[in-house]
Design a protein around this ligand. Structure first.
Ligand code: AMP
Ligand code: ZN
Length: 467
């Protein structure tokens, strides 16, 4: 039985789906105002491993819904600050719509490279404005929302248990919306948060705006996730995921909005939060500007699946500190594992799965994954199994199943990393080309070729491929 840590009850619980045989899972998606970084990768790889575990090991049908926050949400998770999308647009000189499209495409590309399976439904906030308005109307009709000259607010004092997820009280500074929209003089309580912003005051020129029963404006950030999750998964569903930053504001607000609108508790049965990826001991976030992208890793010869392997070596609720040494270790380990799987290339996968000799490893693998997705333990079982004396046939069958959960694409030659020596030679050749030293550039190309890699020149630089 799958055990999951539930951030709401703050303990590990046995996972029992609301509807037999199926799972409704909602993942807070990206805010598309900047490039996807490796911190995002950790969160979505965790979601992906959860989904694969549910499907492959628990044999459940998963409906995975993920939003795209393309309507700006303000710079902090509360309601203060500039609009994230407009900030992104101003930085690049593009329209907010162009910014959203560009970064959404980039996010999708990164997810593909990390071998994250595409969600069943991907929903954009800007395409669900009517659903958000309808939900706000319900919240107001049930007595949990109020209209003011600046914005429509959620009245947190009316909602018993508000902030339960993060053990917050109304006296806490971290609760709800921390600052006022403008002057905040219309708010009844400092923790009340915005459901609908009006296009007045500092938001009078807000680029993205829609008509609503409360006038021209745009939705607050939290309402999109309540509206879209319930639209696609029903008023109550199984699992909701997010990064740990959502524990204090976004998810308590989602719970309050949804339960206030439907009167049903719980809105979500299991809440799952991935701990942030740090870099050199510091928080990694768009706002701090200390982010690495997949392209930064590629420049140093690391493939996206090496990063995936690296993520799997740490439990998703443990803090993970990204270092280049750690990534190098993952690269070596994955290359070795790949080699052992490639060596089994000619062994057929048989229809009846693995033989009895492999059963212990299979059970141990499941036990590790069912222990709140203990991927590092599961990886150790993979190694133990591959090094064991069981037959190649059993190994091949087992590795296929295990990899369908881990998603490392094991045994596929093309994912092998390019060695550092080759990447260094490639960088040297780029230098030579920049200074138009064609003779040196050709010589280095031949050197690379002699080591088994062919160089291809593209508009934005050269790439190598193993021959
Ligand atoms: P954002 O695009 O900032 O809204 O983030 C999208 C998702 O990635 C959210 O669920 C965040 O909690 C999560 N996230 C952002 N930064 C990190 C990080 N450094 N480590 C892990 N998850 C993150
Ligand atoms: Zn969300």
């Amino acid at each position: 039985m799958l055990n999951l840590y539930n951030s709401l009850s703050k303990k590990q619980e046995i996972f029992v789906p609301i509807h037999k045989g199926e799972v409704g899972m909602y993942a807070c998606g990206p805010t598309v105002y900047g490039f996807t970084h490796i911190g995002h990768g950790r969160k979505y790889v965790t979601d992906d491993v959860l989904k694969r575990t549910l499907e492959v090991l628990e044999e459940l049908k998963v409906k995975h819904v993920q939003n795209v926050t393309d309507v700006g949400h303000l710079v902090s998770d509360g309601d203060e600050g500039e609009d994230k999308m407009e900030k992104g647009a101003a930085a690049t000189g593009k329209t907010v719509w162009e910014v959203a499209k560009e970064y959404t495409d980039y996010f999708n590309k990164v997810m593909k490279e990390l071998n994250v399976l595409t969600p069943t439904v991907i929903c954009k906030a800007t395409e669900h404005i009517d659903d958000q308005i309808a939900l706000i109307e319900k919240i107001i009709a049930n007595g949990f929302g109020y209209d003011t000259e600046e914005a429509v607010y959620f009245d947190v004092t009316k909602f018993k248990d508000y902030g339960k997820m993060f053990n917050q009280t109304f006296e806490d500074k971290t609760i709800g919306a921390r600052e006022e929209v403008e002057t905040g003089k219309y708010k009844k309580h400092p923790a009340d948060f915005v459901l609908w912003f009006k296009r007045v005051g500092k938001f009078r020129d807000h680029v993205m705006h829609w008509n609503s029963p409360w006038g021209d404006g745009f939705p607050g950030w939290h309402i999109e996730c309540s509206a879209m999750s319930m639209k696609y998964l029903g008023e109550q569903f199984d699992i909701h995921t997010g990064g740990e930053d959502h524990l204090s504001i976004h998810h308590p607000n989602e719970i309050a909005q949804s339960e206030a609108a439907t009167g049903k508790k719980p809105f979500v049965k299991y809440w799952m939060h991935t701990t942030f990826l740090m870099v050199d001991g510091k928080k990694m976030s768009k706002s701090l500007g200390n982010l690495y992208r997949l392209s930064d890793l590629a420049e140093k010869g690391f493939s996206p699946l090496t990063l995936r392997y690296y993520f799997l070596t740490t439990h998703y609720r443990k803090q993970m500190n990204f270092t280049w040494e750690g990534l190098s270790g993952a690269k070596n380990a994955l290359a070795k594992l790949n080699k052992t799987v490639i060596d089994l290339s000619d062994v057929p996968v048989t229809a009846d799965g693995w033989s009895d000799e492999g059963r212990d490893y299979y059970e141990k693998f499941i036990m590790a994954m069912e222990d709140d997705l203990n991927t590092s333990l599961a990886l150790s079982v993979v190694w133990e199994m591959m090094k064991s004396k069981i037959s190649d046939g059993a190994k091949k069958n087992l590795i296929v199943v295990m990899d369908s959960v881990l998603g490392l694409n094991l045994g596929k030659e093309e994912i092998l990393d390019i060695p550092k020596e080759i990447m260094d030679l490639l960088a040297k050749r780029e230098e030579a080309r920049k200074t138009k030293n064609w003779e040196a550039s050709d010589r280095i190309r031949d050197e690379i070729l002699a080591q088994g890699y062919r160089v291809y020149d593209f508009a934005d630089g050269a790439k190598v491929k193993k021959i």
